[in-house]
Design a protein around this ligand. Structure first.
Ligand SMILES: Nc1ncnc2c1ncn2[C@@H]1O[C@H](COP(=O)(O)OP(=O)(O)OP(=O)(O)O)[C@@H](O)[C@H]1O
Length: 574
């Protein structure tokens, strides 16, 4: 809770103002029974109209004061709680940006979404309620007890007799509530995950006629959420009846013993009325308690989940160097005996890989699916670090370049094209701040997508995605390549990024990319593409099993010959 609540600090002022206003409202509430007692004892019983009018007017004045305090309190409470939630959400988001790829695999996307939305809202609501009503309840209870003792200590004693029992009972309820509500949030994560997966795979679900199956999968997780939430609420439902029972018993004791006190003239009727009034206010406050404890337990569970994210320390991307920006000039890439495995356990995915790509050269990487091609590319921008050996750019280990220098020099085109909500221009300029119209268009021409974009009614202003044009796989791939080219990178990493292009378009693309000065690492399954590279690296189960030009590999590698034969019917061997 500590880390989450440290975000409250900047809002000390509005919080203090809100609390002071709430105290004014509360004091008025606590003074009212005293005034009523005064009116009854000195006004009604003594038949003194003056007392009735004077104290009545005072009560009216206080009520107006309470009203104004309440309204202003609301203003400060919402300002503080909304700003706190805004900061907290931003802090969480910023922290998530720093996550290493390994940490991302520990926090599934749906869980992070729930933390950034529902969990933040939960804590925000509790802060608002604390400033508005939550603290009122405990203060009203304590205040009522104090005031009751001021009026008549003997009668007041009966009000507090059940207090120790209630304190123990509430302590256990909060403890139970937190663990139950933590589980509810985990269930909510699962519901979000199913929704997310479902929406991403709409086309697939329709094609496989899996709508009904998906609906039942959703129903399953939704019913677990319902059941666990009901369980948690059921526990909480015990609070109110127990509180009311104890309070009603105390009230009965006050009336029984109070009546005796009045009969023996040890107390006045007004005193009994005032204490009964305090007891009623306490009962009202206790009713609020049930609700408060539930909200508090939920917020505590949410705060703990957010803290899991905020306190991630080891799994963040770290600058191993001083982090000073130095531009990478040549884009030369060297792998020296590089081995890599995901996590601490398991088999190495890459084994003792060594190769060198000179500045401006093109290396094609081939190999069966799962042979480690994407993993190899991932080591260059330091998404993961080599388990042993060294990955070098311009002769310097990637760990010694600042992350900014390294990534500034790289244009990455991932296997699956991802575009953001926005126009085509925005998407292409996304990788380079303030990219000009000319730069964007030049990259689009090079990536062979300019003509298609010009063909859209809105050209480069066309919106991508749900609100705009839905693009074909090949168009998305080319936009993705253009986005990387806009950056004018020293190193271009293309991860099977032309798989959806037709032969002619792909040929034009490679021709256009010939003029690129960048060093290129091209993962491909196509011999046709590999042939155009300066060298081909053949991977098999994470090992280099062939390296050289097309002609050299035809001589050296049986595996390569088999791939060629499978694609070109053995023509190339001739
Ligand atoms: N994040 C990850 N955590 C654990 N293992 C992974 C991870 N990503 C990939 N792997 C494993 O590493 C191996 C190599 O995967 P990689 O994606 O590099 O292969 P690839 O050659 O690019 O395959 P493809 O051609 O199908 O894309 C596979 O066995 C895969 O299961």
């Amino acid at each position: 809770m500590k880390t989450v609540f440290s975000y409250i600090k900047p809002y000390k002022f509005p919080i203090i103002v809100a609390l002071v206003l709430m105290l004014i409202e509360l004091s008025v509430e606590l003074l009212q029974p005293l005034f009523i007692a005064k009116i009854i004892d000195d006004g009604i019983l003594n038949e003194d109209a003056n007392v009735i009018w004077t104290w009545g007017a005072a009560m009216m004045g206080m009520a107006i004061l309470a009203f104004l305090s309440g309204a202003t309190n609301s203003f400060f409470a919402s300002h503080a709680s909304q700003s706190f939630a805004y900061d907290l959400r931003n802090a969480l988001f910023t922290q998530v940006q720093k996550f290493s790829m390994e940490t991302f695999s520990r926090f599934p996307a749906a869980g992070l979404i729930t933390r950034l939305t529902s969990d933040v809202t939960m804590v925000q609501n509790v802060l608002f309620m604390s400033l508005r009503i939550m603290l009122r309840a405990p203060l009203l209870v304590v205040g009522s007890i104090v005031m009751a003792f001021v009026v008549d200590p003997y009668m007041a004693m009966f009000l507090v007799i059940g207090a120790p029992f209630l304190a123990i009972f509430l302590y256990f309820m909060v403890k139970k509530g937190v663990s139950y509500f933590s589980l509810v949030q985990v269930r909510l994560d699962r519901v979000n995950r199913v929704i997310q997966e479902n929406l991403q795979a709409v086309r697939l679900i329709k094609a496989y006629l899996r709508g009904a199956y998906e609906a039942s999968r959703f129903e399953q997780v939704a019913s677990v959420l319902r059941n666990d939430t009901t369980k948690a609420l059921r526990i909480m439902e015990w609070i109110l009846p127990v509180l009311l029972f104890v309070m009603n018993m105390s009230l009965l004791a006050v009336i029984a013993f109070g009546a005796e006190e009045i009969r023996t003239s040890n107390a006045e009727i007004g005193d009994l009325v005032a204490i009964v009034n305090y007891a009623m206010r306490m009962t009202g406050a206790f009713s609020m308690f049930a609700f408060i404890i539930m909200a508090y337990s939920r917020a505590k569970a949410s705060a703990e989940r957010m803290e899991e994210v905020l306190l991630v320390n080891e799994g963040l991307e770290r600058e191993v160097t001083t982090g000073k920006f130095e531009p990478i000039k040549y884009g030369e890439i060297t792998f020296e005996n590089v081995s890599f495995r995901y996590g601490n356990k398991g088999q190495p995915v890459l084994r003792e890989i060594s190769f060198h790509v000179k500045s401006g050269q093109k290396l094609a990487i081939m190999g069966a699916t799962g042979s480690g091609k994407t993993t190899l590319l991932n080591l260059i921008p330091r998404f993961y670090e080599a388990t042993s050996g060294s990955v070098k750019v311009d002769g310097q280990d990637v760990k010694e370049w600042s992350l900014e220098s390294l990534r500034q020099a790289i244009g990455l085109v991932p296997q699956v094209s991802l575009l953001f909500t926005g126009s085509i221009h925005e998407n292409l300029g996304w990788g380079k701040e303030e990219a000009t119209k000319e730069e964007v268009q030049a990259a689009a021409i090079q990536a062979q997508i300019h003509q298609s974009v010009e063909g859209f009614a809105q050209g480069y202003d066309t919106l991508v995605g749900q609100k705009g044009v839905n693009l074909s796989g090949g168009q998305k791939q080319r936009l993705s390549i253009a986005r990387a080219l806009v950056r004018k990178p020293e190193i271009l990493l293309l991860d099977d990024s032309t798989s959806a292009l037709d032969v002619k378009t792909e040929a034009s693309l490679w021709e256009a990319l010939e003029k690129e000065k960048a060093t290129m690492l091209v993962v491909t399954q196509k011999i046709r593409t590999a042939k155009g590279a300066d060298a081909i690296l053949l991977l098999h189960h994470g090992k280099v099993v062939g390296y050289g030009s097309h002609v050299e590999l035809l001589e050296q590698s049986q595996l390569y010959r088999e791939i060629v034969a499978s694609q070109e019917g053995g023509q190339e061997n001739a």
